[in-house]
Design a protein around this ligand. Structure first.
Ligand SMILES: NC(=O)c1ccc[n+]([C@@H]2O[C@H](COP(=O)([O-])OP(=O)(O)OC[C@H]3O[C@@H](n4cnc5c(N)ncnc54)[C@H](OP(=O)(O)O)[C@@H]3O)[C@@H](O)[C@H]2O)c1
Length: 274
C-alpha cells in the first residue's frame, strides 16, 4: 500500500467514518480514496469506469471497507442513487469529496456548441447534484463536504476558459455553502490544487484546437504536485475544515499575484502558447 505521511505531523484519524469520493477511478480521487482508507475510513468509490473502481475496491479491502459505485455526476438521478447506495451499504455518510471533474481545453473561438455546457454539467452541476443528495445525511452526521476546485478558478486562464469558469463557479458555491451550512455543523472546504502529475485530466475530456493540454511544458511546470501530495492535503482539509486551501507554493503565489497585481498576471498569461 502506498505511504505518504507528512513528516512530523500526526495523521488525521477517520476510523469507521464513511467517505464518498467522486472521480475515484483515477488521479487525485483514486489517491484520496487510498489516503482515507489508510486513515481508517470506509470509502464509497464513485465514477463511470466500473472496472477501475472494482479493482480499487478489492485492493482497499473489499465490501466492508470499500464499495464501487458507477455514476455519471452530470445526471442528478444517478447522484441520488449513488448516495442511497452509500447509505444502504455503510449506514451513514460523514464526508463527501466532490472531486469528479473533466477538462474542456481550447481557445474560446474553437469551442463547439455544447462544450461549455458539458464542462459545467460535470464540474459544477455534478457538485450541485451530489451535494443536494448528500445533504440530509451530512446534517445527521454533522459531516463535511470537500469540493475540489482548482487554482485555475482564480484566473480566466487562456486556452482553458471553460474549465476556469466552471472552477470559479465552484469556488463561489463553496463560500456560500460554508456560511449556509455552518449552523448545521457541516464543514465545507474548497481545495484548489495546482498542476498535478499522475492525473488523466489533460488526456481525456474535450480537447479542442489551441488547448493547453497540447503543451508539453505543462508536465514540467514548477510547483507541480503528485496526486499523493494532493490527497494528503484533502485528507487534512476534511479533518481541519478550513474554508479554503490553495495548494503548492506556486499555486499560492499565482493566486496572490492575480489578486494584487492583475496587470502582471495578464502579462504572464499572454505568454501562454500551446
Ligand atoms: N490534474 C490537475 O492538474 C488538477 C489541477 C487542479 C484541479 N484538478 C481537479 O482535480 C479533480 C480530479 O481530477 P484529476 O486531475 O485527478 O484528473 P483525472 O485523473 O482525469 O480524474 C478525474 C476523475 O473524474 C471522473 N469523472 C470525470 N467525468 C465524470 C463524470 N461525468 N461522472 C463521474 N465521474 C467523472 C473520472 O472517472 P471516469 O472517467 O471513470 O468517470 C476520474 O475518476 C478534478 O475536479 C480536476 O478539475 C486537477
Amino acid at each position: 500500500m502506498i505511504r505518504f505521511r507528512a513528516a512530523g505531523r500526526q495523521r488525521p484519524d477517520f476510523t469507521d467514518k464513511v467517505v464518498l469520493i467522486t472521480g475515484a477511478s483515477t488521479g487525485i480521487g483514486r489517491a484520496t480514496a487510498i489516503a482515507f482508507r489508510e486513515a481508517g475510513a470506509r470509502v464509497a468509490l464513485a465514477a463511470r469506469s466500473t472496472e477501475a473502481l472494482e479493482t480499487l475496491a478489492r485492493r482497499l479491502g473489499g465490501p466492508k471497507a470499500a464499495s464501487p459505485l458507477t455514476v455519471d455526476v452530470s445526471d442528478p438521478q444517478q447522484c441520488q442513487r449513488m448516495v442511497e447506495q452509500t447509505i444502504a451499504e455503510f449506514g451513514s455518510l460523514d464526508v463527501l469529496i466532490n472531486n469528479a471533474g473533466m477538462l474542456v481545453s481550447g481557445k474560446f473561438e474553437h469551442l463547439q456548441p455544447g462544450d461549455m455546457e458539458r464542462q459545467f454539467a460535470v464540474n459544477y452541476f455534478g457538485v450541485v447534484y451530489c451535494t443536494r443528495a448528500a445533504l440530509p445525511h451530512l446534517k445527521q452526521s454533522r459531516g463535511a463536504i470537500v469540493n475540489i476546485a482548482s487554482v485555475a478558478g482564480f484566473f480566466g486562464l487562456p486556452t482553458s476558459g471553460a474549465y476556469s469558469a466552471s472552477k470559479a463557479a465552484l469556488i463561489s458555491l463553496g463560500q456560500t455553502l460554508y456560511v449556509e451550512l455552518k449552523p448545521y455543523g457541516i464543514g465545507v472546504v474548497t481545495v484548489c490544487p495546482y498542476f498535478t502529475s499522475g492525473a488523466k485530466l489533460a488526456e481525456k475530456g474535450i480537447l479542442r484546437e489551441g488547448g493547453l493540454h497540447r503543451s508539453r511544458r505543462r508536465q514540467r511546470a514548477p510547483g507541480t504536485q503528485t496526486t499523493e501530495q494532493v490527497a494528503e492535503a484533502i485528507l487534512r482539509a476534511a479533518y481541519e475544515r478550513p474554508r479554503l486551501v490553495v495548494l503548492s507554493p506556486f499555486g499560492r503565489l499565482a493566486w496572490r499575484l492575480n489578486r494584487f497585481a492583475p496587470w502582471l498576471t495578464d502579462a504572464l498569461l499572454t505568454k501562454i502558447k500551446n
